[in-house]
Design a protein around this ligand. Structure first.
Ligand code: PXP
Length: 246
């Protein structure tokens, strides 16, 4: 069964829009996480960014207390974040590139260039019993380098697929790229997740990509939740994912 990890960053985005700098305020990411789980989500993802624009430190500790499925901490590979992860002990971390000026995570990690540092972080996480995923573009050299780091997972960046969705030729090319990368990763013993830009409209078109374990989806679910409620939004996404083979 294809699993759904719900990224709850934008619950915190809404709270910070009104309550930035305070220790309280609504909506509460931890309550949202519990509702996602009640609706059948298989995991909860939160990205603690260096600029703390949405998720705050107190959120990740609260999430660690309440999440009963799997907690995925998205983070940059920096000494600060590695220290937090080692203390927090999420079930898995997903290492992402981070730039202050970006709207959201814009590209994949350059694992080829950062291989030594990523190997070291993978080793430290493995010693602490934390799984590691690397967020990468579906490029052969990146997949190959990811397999050398010791990380157990990659998360394939579906941003280009989502961006090109309206153009049939672009969509087909991106699907082929994702499928080849997933085959390659699977052959190298990596588990394959995917995410970024997936939504209720483009999800079904992604399902031909083989070997997927989990999708990480945020913005579209939190957006829909404003009109349907979070549990309904999660259930509707799970229904779209249900036809995935295996
Ligand atoms: N996966 C990763 C690695 C991400 O950085 C993000 C965005 O925070 C997502 C998945 C979710 O993307 P979206 O909000 O577009 O669903």
């Amino acid at each position: 069964m294809l699993k759904l990890g719900v990224n709850i960053d934008h619950v915190a985005t809404l709270r910070e829009a009104r309550y930035r700098g305070r220790q309280d305020g609504e909506p509460d990411p931890a309550s949202a996480a519990r509702q996602c789980e009640a609706a059948g989500a298989h995991g909860i993802t939160a990205h603690l960014r260096e600029d703390r624009r949405h998720i705050q430190d107190r959120d990740v500790w609260r999430l660690r207390e309440v999440v009963q499925t799997r907690l995925n901490l998205e983070m940059a590979n920096t000494p600060e974040m590695v220290g937090i992860a080692l203390r927090l002990k999420p079930d898995i971390i997903c290492l992402v590139p981070e730039r202050r000026e970006e709207l959201t995570t814009e590209g994949g990690l350059d694992v080829v260039a950062g291989e030594t540092a990523l190997k070291e972080t993978s080793r430290r996480m493995a010693d602490a019993g934390i799984e590691v995923s690397l967020f990468i573009a579906p490029e052969p050299a990146q997949v190959e380098a990811a397999a050398r780091t010791g990380a157990g997972f990659i998360e394939l960046h579906t941003g280009a697929f989502a961006e090109g969705f309206a153009n049939p030729a672009h969509r087909a090319a991106e699907l082929a790229r994702l499928s080849r990368a997933s085959e390659q990763a699977h052959g190298l013993g990596l588990q394959v997740n995917a995410g970024h830009g997936l939504n209720y409209e483009n999800l079904a078109a992604l399902l031909p990509v083989p070997h997927l374990v989990e999708l990480n989806i945020g913005h579209t679910i939190i957006s829909r939740a404003i009109t349907t409620g979070l549990e309904t939004a999660v259930r509707q996404m799970l229904t779209l994912m249900a036809p995935y083979p295996g």
